[in-house]
Design a binder for this molecule. Structure first.
Ligand code: SAM
Ligand code: SF4
Length: 329
C-alpha cells in the first residue's frame, strides 16, 4: 500500500464520499427547492464507471477502506448496481455505503446488496406523510418506508436514517421518532441544517441546534457511545430499552472538524477537502488511463496539504457550495 492519505493536521483519511450525479428527483426545501436544473447550455457529464473505478482504486491504494456513494440522488444512475459492484471489488475497500432519498430502494435494494453494498443511509425528514411531502416536494413517504422494510428483508442489520432538523417542523417531533426506533434497528441521525450558498432565509427561520435534543436524551437515560474509526463526527446515543440509536450531527459545535476523516470527490471529478471549501482540485484529466494512477495519487496528496483545520460556518462563510446536491452531502 502507498502511504496513507494524511493532511497537515495529522488527520488520516479512511473514508471517501464519492458523488456520482448531481441530478435529483426530489425538491427538498433546504437543498434543491426548485428541483435539479443542469448548468445552462451544458449537458451534465458525470464520472463514468471506469473513472469511478480509477479514482476508487487510487484512494484504496492509500488506505481508504470505506466509500460512500452519494449525489444528487445516486440511485437515479442506471448503472448504480454496476457502480456498487465496481467500488466493492477494489482491493482494500471493506465498506460500500450509499446515501439515498429511498425512492428506488423497495425495487432495487436486493440487487444493491448482492452487488456489495454494506450500509444504507436513507433520508426521512418526517414521519408525517403530509409534512414529508411538504419538506421534500414529493408525496412518496410510503414508498420510502416500504424501501426501509425491504432493506431489512434484504439482510441489512441496521439502517441509518438522516433527518435534517427544521424548527417548526420536525424538531418538535422527538417523541414520534423515538417511538419509531424503539423496536427497529435504526440509527436515526438528526443533522443540523447547514447554510449553503443558494439558501434564502430558510437558515434564519429553521436552523435549530441539536443541543436541546441531546439534553432531553441524556435526561432520559440515553448514553453516549464511544467512537469507531469510521464514525466521523456524529455523536451516537443508545438506550437499553431501545433497539434503535440516535445520532446527532452538529456542525456548528466547536471541535466538529477535529475528527474529520473524509474526503469528497464530486460527480464531475473534483476533489473537495471540505463541504464548505472554496475550490476543488481537478482530478478528471488523470482518470482517463490506468497508468495515470501514480500521478493521480500525487495530485491528491498535494491537494491535501491545503485542507484547513475547520470550516468557517460560524463566521457565516459557506464557501463555494451552492447546495449539498452539487458536491454530495
Ligand atoms: N439525495 C440523497 C439523500 O437525500 O439522501 C443523497 C444526497 S443529500 C445531498 C445527502 C444528505 O444531505 C441528506 O441526508 C440531506 O438531508 C442532507 N442535506 C442536504 N442539504 C442539507 C443542508 N443544507 N443541511 C443539512 N443537511 C443537508
Ligand atoms: Fe435530492 Fe437529497 Fe437534495 Fe433532497 S437532499 S433534494 S433528495 S439531493
Amino acid at each position: 500500500m502507498a502511504q496513507q492519505f494524511e493532511d497537515s493536521f495529522q488527520r488520516k483519511f479512511y473514508y471517501l464520499r464519492l458523488s456520482i450525479t448531481d441530478v435529483c428527483n426530489f425538491r427538498c426545501t433546504y437543498c434543491l427547492p426548485d428541483g435539479y436544473h443542469p448548468e445552462q447550455g451544458k449537458k451534465p457529464s458525470f464520472l463514468t464507471l471506469d473513472e469511478i473505478r480509477r479514482v476508487t482504486r487510487a484512494f484504496a491504494d492509500c488506505g481508504t477502506t470505506k466509500v460512500r456513494l452519494t449525489g444528487g440522488e445516486p440511485s437515479l444512475r442506471r448503472d448504480f448496481t454496476d457502480i456498487i459492484h465496481t467500488v466493492a471489488s477494489q482491493p482494500g475497500i471493506e465498506k460500500v455505503a450509499t446515501t439515498t432519498n429511498g425512492y428506488r430502494m423497495a425495487k432495487h435494494v436486493h440487487e444493491w446488496r448482492d452487488a456489495g453494498l454494506t450500509q444504507i443511509n436513507v433520508s426521512v425528514d418526517s414521519l408525517d406523510p403530509r409534512q414529508f411531502h411538504q419538506i421534500t416536494g414529493e408525496n412518496l413517504f410510503h414508498t420510502v418506508m416500504a424501501g426501509i422494510d425491504t432493506a431489512f428483508d434484504a439482510g441489512f442489520a441496521q439502517i441509518k436514517v438522516n433527518t435534517v432538523l427544521l424548527k417548526g417542523m420536525n424538531a418538535e417531533q422527538l417523541p414520534q421518532f423515538l417511538a419509531w426506533i424503539k423496536d427497529r434497528p435504526i440509527q436515526l441521525r438528526f443533522i443540523e441544517l447547514m447554510q449553503t450558498g443558494e439558501m434564502d432565509d430558510l437558515f434564519q427561520r429553521c436552523h435549530v441546534s441539536g443541543v436541546s435534543i441531546r439534553n432531553t436524551l441524556m435526561a432520559n437515560g440515553w448514553l453516549l457511545r464511544s467512537k469507531g474509526l469510521n464514525d466521523g463526527p456524529a455523536q451516537v446515543f443508545y438506550h437499553p430499552d431501545y433497539l434503535g440509536e440516535i445520532g446527532l450531527i452538529m456542525p456548528y459545535e466547536k471541535g466538529f472538524c477535529s475528527t474529520c476523516n473524509r474526503l469528497r470527490v464530486s460527480a464531475r471529478g473534483k476533489l473537495h477537502l471540505c463541504l464548505f471549501g472554496e475550490h476543488g482540485v481537478e482530478l478528471r484529466d488523470l482518470l482517463t488511463h490506468d497508468h495515470q494512477r501514480e500521478a493521480l495519487i500525487t495530485r491528491i496528496r498535494g491537494g491535501l496539504t491545503e485542507k484547513s483545520v475547520s470550516h468557517d460556518l460560524l463566521e457565516g462563510n459557506t464557501g463555494m457550495t451552492p447546495h449539498l446536491a452539487s458536491i454530495g452531502g
